[in-house]
Design a protein around this ligand. Structure first.
Ligand code: C6P
Length: 400
């Protein structure tokens, strides 16, 4: 993997080389993505789907080509199934709102898991307040794997949706999505996948997974911030009402009645982030050129190496120890507060995330307030993991 494609990786912090291990929060951007943003503003910029003029047509072509690029990247059957949003969070809020309106009545049930990010919990709780739906959470085992037996017992005839992360942003657990799709469908429920932490790391094929909906963020997949995707099966999206009203999403407006645009525009009110969509497509091209299988292999090696090296540190507790685990290592060290450890590592040039990782119910499950988390990307190296371990040992000496 070519680190020199990522300009930020050559900078120093506090006079130390940057060791960036906070990739689950956001990934760094390759030069081609940065250039794509600058070039579009320099030479193409115009609003899309509106003008007949040259620039608007060109910007629209780039924007719709990006939709096709996303389609091929996740192997959706049609671009009508690719909705651009601001990110995973907005995709999941769109689901709670529109899917909630179309498919959920008072007393209907949505099942999530104990390892969900707040983005896949809070929108359903807000819907519960509005509509009186029932929200259930599948428990996890100590190693961070889903309790599939328990999951089966949570389904009732009122269960409409199972909504799960593909990969946990804290534990790194890779959930068996194909199996979960089969379980959900056997109970006449739909499956929504929060793929924020899987699309950046390995090939994701929505048809092979058998999911009904899938969400991810551009900024975690080496693209820009402020752009994301919701994939949905066309037949289901067709049955869902718009999420927001305004320009772009209408067919005809009178004061008496408004009709809506066809898919996917029905869900895309307002000027879209067309520079973001193009830059996202450039990021996906960059990943495809390297090969998602190749990236996965590299990150699996880093994850296994990091787990092994971290386990050598005395008093270190690892969270998430399933064999099917990817790109994330969460840990605490007895006697050192996670914020202190993160702050001191930062002074040594090492960026990790500390805190509750937007997964407070998961922290409660493990009886902690927070954790440290190192998370990997295609440009990380075993040497950086060695640097992390050496720095942790150095900090630990200050406390024992
Ligand atoms: N997790 C992390 O450090 P947004 O913020 O919309 O791009 O993504 C939200 C989100 C949803 N689901 C999962 C599994 C996630 O990991 C995230 C984002 C970051 O873990 C920031 S909190």
């Amino acid at each position: 993997m070519n680190r020199s494609d990522f300009p930020i990786l050559s900078r120093t912090v506090y006079g130390k080389p940057l060791v960036y291990l906070d990739n689950a929060a956001t990934t760094q951007k390759p030069q081609c993505v940065i250039d794509a943003i600058a070039e579009e503003y320099c030479s193409v910029n115009a609003n899309v789907h509106r003008g007949v003029h040259f620039l608007s047509t060109q910007a629209t072509e780039l924007h719709e080509a990006a939709r096709e690029r996303v389609r091929t990247f996740i192997n959706a059957t049609s671009t009508t199934e690719i909705i651009f949003t601001r990110g995973t969070t907005e995709s999941l809020n769109l689901m709670a709102s529109s899917y909630g309106d179309a498919f959920l009545k008072e007393g209907d049930e949505v099942i999530v898991t104990e390892m969900e990010h707040h983005s896949n919990i809070v929108p359903w709780q807000m819907l519960r307040e509005r509509k009186g739906i029932i929200l259930k959470a599948v428990p996890i085992a100590d190693d961070g794997s889903l309790d599939l037996e328990k999951l089966e017992t949570l389904f009732t005839p009122r269960t409409r949706l199972l909504s799960v992360c593909h990969v946990s942003n804290v534990l790194g657990t890779m959930n068996p999505i194909r199996q979960l799709a089969d379980i959900a469908h056997a109970h006449n429920a739909h499956l929504l996948v929060d793929a924020a932490q899987s699309v950046p790391h390995f090939p994701v094929d929505v048809q092979a997974l058998g999911c009904d909906f899938l969400a991810f963020s551009g900024h975690k997949v080496y693209g820009p911030t402020g752009i994301g995707v919701l994939y949905g099966r066309e037949a289901l999206l067709d049955m869902m009402p718009p999420y927001q009203g305004g320009g772009e999403m209408i067919a005809r407006v009178t004061f008496e009645r408004t009709t809506y645009e066809r898919l996917p525009f029905k869900f895309e009110a307002g000027t879209p982030d067309y520079v973001g969509t193009h830059a996202l497509a450039v990021a996906l091209d960059y990943l495809s050129a390297i090969g998602m299988e190749h990236i996965h292999e590299h990150e699996q090696d880093l994850t296994a190496y990091a787990m092994q090296r971290l386990a050598e540190i005395p008093d270190l507790q690892l969270y998430g120890t399933t064999p099917t685990k990817d790109a994330v290592c969460a840990f605490n060290i007895n006697g050192i507060h996670h914020l202190d450890l993160g702050t001191l590592l930062d002074r040594l040039g090492i960026a990790i995330r500390t805190g509750h990782h937007c997964a407070q119910p998961l922290m409660a499950r493990y009886g902690v307030e927070g954790m440290c988390r190192a998370s990997f990307a295609l440009y990380n190296t075993r040497e950086e993991i060695d640097a992390l371990v050496a720095a942790i040992l150095r900090v630990r000496k200050m406390f024992v």
